[in-house]
Design a protein around this ligand. Sequence first.
Ligand SMILES: Nc1ncnc2c1ncn2[C@@H]1O[C@H](COP(=O)(O)OP(=O)(O)O)[C@@H](O)[C@H]1O
Ligand SMILES: [Mg+2]
Length: 412
Amino acid sequence: MVLGVGGFAQAVMQILSDDGAEVSCALTRNYAHAAPTLAGPTHDLASAESLAELIDRQSADLVVPMSIDWAKATWTGSLLASRAAVFSPTGDAMLIERDRDFARQLCQRFGVPFPASHVAHNRLDALEFLDREPRAFVIKNPLCSPNSPVHTILCETPGDTRAWLERINYAEGVFLQEYLGRREAGHIALVANGEVHSLVTNQEYKRAHAGNMGIVAGAPMGGLAQADPGDQYGLAKALLHPFKPWFVETGYTGPIQATGIFRDGQWHAIEYNIRLGITATPMILRMLENPVATLMRLASGESPEVRFRAGHEFGASMTLAGYGYPFVQLEGPSVPVTFEGELACDVWWNEVAFDDGGGLLATGHRVADVVAFGPAVSAALAVANENIRKIRCLGSYFRPDIGESLWPPGNE
Ligand SMILES: Nc1ncnc2c1ncn2[C@@H]1O[C@H](COP(=O)(O)OP(=O)(O)O)[C@@H](O)[C@H]1O
Ligand SMILES: [Mg+2]
């Protein structure tokens, strides 16, 4: 059972169902409900009796949450007490994503480079800190949640930081983290019994426009993933392996994603997530030879056996954004989605609905993610590029330059 909405839920359900699992979805948000119905039965959690009853009724063995907010829900306790295993670390292990200053302390304890950071409780505190440390700081929420009053503002000069500090909601304070440049990459692994099992090295294209211009969009405009069980870029060694004693201490069992920036000859950790990630999950699950068994083994505390499908060494994901994106205050009407030719790769739908005739309507800012695979990054990108061009809806756009920068890892 997937806890989520949109293309994430559709992708996880479809891929696990293709691998033989019986799938369903508990809808956790009030939008993007249509796509998961293409892959299996869905239940609106807002109107369902209780999640635990749903799990019981369906004899669900595994629950895959889309975001970290499941741990703060009214039904969290009953989920953890239910028959199903949750594909996530629990308890204190979650703090590595939830609490940015906790992640900083963990990095300090285990010698992982982390940018200079400061938690400020109000505007004066933040401005005083900036006077003492006149450098560029990225502005973030101290506690990660999809509902945070602050979303990351990527400032690149001290003046940028100062300007944005005037416009921030300080209800939860702010986490200021020194800006380290653009040489970013990610690595995703499964952790069980204190071992780190590398899955992929990945990239996300977070800026709205081609050439990495414009603002960092709420969700990426594209992504790459490379099967990397041997950690060939050294990201797991630098950013994840040092935490092994803490993984043992907390009984960490689940996925982990590290985001690093290469500066001064080494990788610095800027963020950890306790999930495979919205962009990477639909790639990773298709790249695995046995996704159901891999997730089930891990969720039940056993060390996973990770095997990749031949010809699926690289995944490329391209997002079709709708009218107004990335400025989500700007909204248009629902418009028809039409096709020129047959789609010949994975397409996961986000903010769409069906019209009376069963046709597709774009209802929001993120229309679809088009995902393709190949034995080389160029092959995967070629298929994604060819297919995203077959989808048309008014005001939509995509980034045609995914993969042309920021890859291989360490490049700008
Ligand atoms: N210290 C930093 N230096 C440079 N870029 C950063 C830094 N922190 C964040 N970024 C950029 O902003 C993006 C979002 O920041 P992140 O910490 O991952 O927050 P979230 O994913 O919760 O929005 C990063 O992927 C990266 O591109
Ligand atoms: Mg991030």
